[in-house]
Design a protein around this ligand. Structure first.
Ligand code: HEM
Length: 293
């Protein structure tokens, strides 16, 4: 995937297309998104074709690039023995790239902002991460056991995603008739599902606007009340990967730097994806190694 350099702005254009009015006329967001999507699929398809050639001409004992997701999809013949076509693989990769780009980067940015705004939270994250760093030998990398110890940091990330979920919702179709709160929902009806419906419900999250990572202590909130990654069979498949990357990111930046916002009043808004209003410039201060902070 290292060769897939796809500009973030193009992905943002695609995200906007998802929530725009479905009018396919030149100049509309929908039209731009469709054209961008076609270009992106073509680019990915070319990469798939090159990799297929590489795989078919490699020596038998040659390592297959660590068998990344692209090689795995090309070599997969599990469904009917035929394998997937280049277009099918391009579509699958396209889905993963579009779903995993803005969501993840905007969550990292929101974590950076919250840690800048809340020094007591930053200090507690730093304490946890320093304990882990100090338990390692010089140059030793983080391992899975270290990730499991990052409980407070993960609660902070969850609290960020509760208040600033990158994905504001998606559409669902009823697969059978059912009654909800006295209303008949007929089979086939399209329903808008939104994380905002529960994330600030005071019944589950008392004083909902308050940033309080201790909400996630113990059992945490009731099932299906905290759903930044969705739920059920279509739940985000990138959840565990995102958790791992967020925690590794937090470990590395917090143990090296403090930072402050350049624009103290800067906020995040949904447009329709989560974005900072001024690009979130920050001033970064490396820790002085001779001091304890
Ligand atoms: C902070 C990071 C992320 C958040 C908050 C997030 C959130 C979500 C949400 C809310 C959904 C819809 C789930 C539903 O409808 O029930 C979703 C779907 C999806 N996500 Fe993520 N996501 C994140 C990162 C990623 C990453 C890194 C990847 C890929 C590497 C990814 C791949 C996908 C895919 C492929 C789907 C569609 C699943 C389907 O429709 O079956 N996501 N994500």
């Amino acid at each position: 995937m290292e060769k897939m350099m796809i500009k973030g702005s193009r992905l943002t254009r695609l995200q906007r297309g998802f929530t725009s009015l479905p009018i396919d006329l030149p100049g509309t967001q929908f039209n731009r998104a469709i054209r961008g999507s076609r270009q992106l699929r073509e680019e990915i398809k070319n990469i798939v074709t090159q990799r297929r050639i590489h795989l078919s001409t490699r020596k038998v004992d040659e390592d297959v690039d660590g068998l990344d997701i692209l090689s795995s999809l090309i070599m997969d013949t599990s469904s009917d023995g035929q394998g997937l076509s280049d277009s099918e693989i391009a579509s699958k990769l396209y889905g993963v790239i579009v779903s995993g780009y803005d969501t993840f980067s905007s969550t990292l940015a929101a974590i950076v902002m919250c840690l800048a705004e809340l020094p007591h939270v930053y200090d507690a994250v730093l304490k946890e991460q320093r304990q882990i760093a100090e338990s390692k030998a010089a140059g030793e990398l983080l391992n899975w056991a270290d990730i499991q110890k990052m409980k407070y940091s993960w609660s902070v990330a969850c609290e960020v995603m509760r208040l600033l979920p990158p994905n504001s919702g998606t559409f669902r179709e009823a697969t059978s008739d059912f009654v909800y709160e006295g209303y008949l929902i007929p089979k086939g009806m399209k329903l808008k599902w939104s994380v905002h419906s529960t994330h600030k419900n005071p019944e589950h999250f008392p004083d909902p606007e308050k940033f309080d990572p201790s909400r996630f202590d113990g059992q945490g909130p009731p099932p299906y009340s905290f759903v930044p990654f969705g739920g059920g069979p279509r739940m985000c498949p990138g959840k565990e990967y995102s958790r791992l990357k967020m925690l590794v990111f937090m470990h590395n930046v917090v143990t090296r730097y403090r930072w402050e916002k350049v624009f103290p009043d800067e906020k995040f808004v949904w447009n329709p994806a989560l974005v900072s209003t001024k690009g979130l410039p920050i001033r970064v201060f490396p820790h002085n190694k001779s001091q304890s902070n």
